[in-house]
Every structure is written in C-alpha cells, then in structure tokens.
Write a protein of this length. Sequence first.
Length: 206
Amino acid sequence: MKKALIAATLGFVSLLAHADAVDTLKDFIREVKTGRAQFTQTVTSPDGAKKKASSGSFEFARPNHFRFAYSKPFEQLVVADGQKVWIFDADLNQASSRKFSSALGATPAALLAGGSLDKDFDLAPVSVKDAAKDGLAWVQATPKLKEGALKSVRVGFRGKDLAAVEIIDAFDQRSLLQFSQFVAGVKFPDDTFRFTPPAGADVIEQ
C-alpha cells in the first residue's frame, strides 16, 4: 500500500512538472528575446532505417530573426532577417530567398524565434510516460494548419533552458535537434541576421 501511494504521489508530482512545461515554453517565448546555442540534428527516415546527422550553431533575436549555420557535413546557412528567409549552399554557391510570412508559418523556427504561439500552434504537455526517458520536460506543439508540412513539433526543456526540438513532417520523417551551450540574452552585432549573396552566386527569389 505504501509503495502504491508513493508511486501515485511521484506520478502526480511528475505530471505537474511536465504540465508546467507549457508555461516554461510560454515564458521562454515571452522573456528570452535573444539566444545562442550549438546544435546537432539527426534526420531519420519513416522506417527508421536511414539516418543523417549534421551540426552547427543557432542564433535568434525576437521577433523573426534567426540564423542556422550548418558546419558539418557541409556548409549551409539559413538566415531570417525579419522580411525574408535566405538559404545559402556554399558548395553550390547558390542562394534562395522567400518572404518571411510564406516561408515560416507554423514551423519550428517560427515557434522558437517568432513572437506569437497561439496563432499557429496548440500546446499541450507530453505525457509523463513519453517524456520521462530523457529527463526533459516536453511540450507538444501541434500546428493549427492541418494540411501543412508538419504533423507535430515537440520542444524539450532542461529546467528553463532550451534542450531539444523534435519534428515529424507530413511524410513521417523525424528530425531531432539537440541544443547545447545555450546562452540567453546575447547582444548580437547589427549585421548578424543580414545576408548578402556572395559575388557570382546564383540567386533564386521566390
């Protein structure tokens, strides 16, 4: 009886902790205006058989400014300047851009660097059973746009720090971004979130 009572109590406390993860995400969006982290990204095929890994750095300044700089296995840059999102492939010397409003929408980048959650996502804590394995507090962010490119997004926190984002796309491909060395309140140089295509680059604007 005592063991059952203790287990029930611990389960209840754990449930409360993970329910607070929604508030942690809301606080993160409201209070953390700038940040920087290192990341590793693992993309897994729907059948789980194929995996691709990459890594780099992530920086953001709210609202709607961010920079993903991939360094491995090849260099690629994704920059949002508030008006456009630029993608630059160094190997191809090719840059493409789209208007911010059409490129982002209900995407993880918009979730982390945007200014509003309620417009694009429904939030709910992840069940204790699903979340307990890695020690993170997870939030399920379900896009309100049901026919978009994403099925679901999960955001994981270690305490108050951003730790991971898990994405399931419309084709059941899974992408896991794991963050380390997260620093909030970074003061960035003015040109951090600007992108100018290098001379001779092939530029595609959509």
